[in-house]
Design a protein around this ligand. Structure first.
Ligand SMILES: Cc1ncc(COP(=O)(O)O)c(C=O)c1O
Length: 366
């Protein structure tokens, strides 16, 4: 079966550098929050431009919760996001004690629709959390305008969009604070859990560094109630290697997406947008089709691991159904979830396999 993503191919592609990094950490005898984490934080911050700060944390869900806690949001404060995301986005908002609210998505970007944000604003709204879903940048310009007009914070969930850009500016640098997952399947993925927060303010970074370790100050006195959300040295060392190759790996993903889009352009399916002014990170390549279950079965019978991202929108999960404001009125999201289908996408996917996938999709639809 051709998988839809392949973390082991990523390891094999960068094996000698990763093996050296692992050995370096094991030999050092220091395994959590050390020089590798410091170096990763510096390199991740400068990858995004001058004057940014990064803080490594245990996973992307914690990164979201820590951003909101760091901003001082409190119980009952509402954060507007989308139901079309990994459950983790919403779990992170609730972990911080905040209340998620759902806006609908735009059918072209599949990211939060700015007009829908305006419709769902309420008296307790404190923040907007756009998710750059599948690596497609959300409409950050309009989102920031709304945030400014209503005095709201913006936290970008960049977990699927490491290295994506709008007009040459990387996602994660539009808002003052952004959260990333470095789970193994991500474009910037380790071999275990990991996450990172990017921000502009040194003071905010210091606050997150304290919050990630029991609210400690330098004397290890807890000055605020905190978490345990530390990044380990092995993950940091591996992420440093992966960061070095990220732009190139993303370019390989985009080249595959371009081949798919060109091959499918005359077929009756909805394709991901590849806009000229944007660099799509192409974390996942997701098409839409009315008979997607049949198409998925057809592809699987040809050993192609077509998959669903996700089988359910967050408001359709038992844990969230009927209790999140906005969840009852998401027509674009609901339609998308009847039609979405993920095709294989990872930098190491060979040209022959891409040909095989293109033929199988084309044979089904012609
Ligand atoms: C959009 C999005 N947000 C947040 C997360 C949370 O990341 P993690 O699994 O590292 O907690 C993920 C990853 O699953 C994600 O895809």
């Amino acid at each position: 079966m051709i998988p839809f993503g392949d973390p082991s191919a990523s390891y094999q592609a960068h094996k000698s550098e990763i093996d050296q990094a692992i050995k370096r950490v094991l030999d050092s005898g220091w395994y959590v929050l050390g020089t590798e984490v410091d170096a990763f934080e510096e390199e991740f911050a400068s990858f995004h431009g001058k004057n940014f700060h990064a803080v490594g944390v245990a996973n992307g869900t914690d990164a979201i919760a820590l951003c909101l806690r760091g901003l001082g949001l409190e119980t009952g404060d509402e954060v507007i996001t989308t139901s079309h995301t990994a459950v983790a986005t919403v779990a992170g908002i609730e972990q911080a004690g905040c209340t998620p609210v759902f806006a609908d998505i735009d059918p072209n970007t599949r990211c939060i629709a700015p007009d829908s944000i305006k419709e769902i604003l309420g008296g307790n709204t404190r923040a907007i959390m756009p998710v750059h879903i599948y690596g497609q940048p959300a409409e950050t310009g309009r989102i920031l305008e709304i945030a400014q007009a209503y005095n709201l914070a913006v936290v970008e969930d960049c977990s699927q969009a490491h290295g994506a850009e709008i007009n040459g500016q990387k996602v994660g640098t539009f808002a003052d604070i952004s959260a990333y997952s470095c789970y193994p399947t991500k474009n910037l993925g380790g071999t275990g859990d990991g996450g990172v927060i990017l921000c502009r303010s040194k003071e905010f970074a210091e606050k997150i560094k304290s919050l990630r370790q029991y609210g400690w100050n330098e004397a290890r006195e807890s000055i605020i109630p905190g978490f345990n959300s530390r990044l380990d040295e092995l993950q940091a060392a591996i992420l440093r290697v992966k960061l070095h190759h990220l732009a190139n790996d993303n370019a390989k993903r985009r080249a595959i997406a371009l081949r798919y889009n060109q091959a499918f352009q005359d077929l009756p399916i909805t394709l991901p947008a590849l806009n000229e002014n944007e660099l799509h990170a192409m974390h996942l390549y997701v098409i839409e089709h009315d008979r997607r279950n049949e198409l998925m079965e057809h592809l699987r019978s040809h050993q192609i691991g077509a998959s669903l991202h996700y089988p359910l929108a967050v408001h359709q999960h038992a844990a969230y159904a009927k209790r999140i404001r906005g969840g009852e009125n998401l027509p674009v999201t609901d339609r998308f979830y009847q039609r979405n289908l993920t095709l294989p996408m990872f930098p190491e996917l060979s040209a022959e396999k891409v040909d095989k996938i293109i033929s199988a999709v084309t044979n089904f639809l012609y």
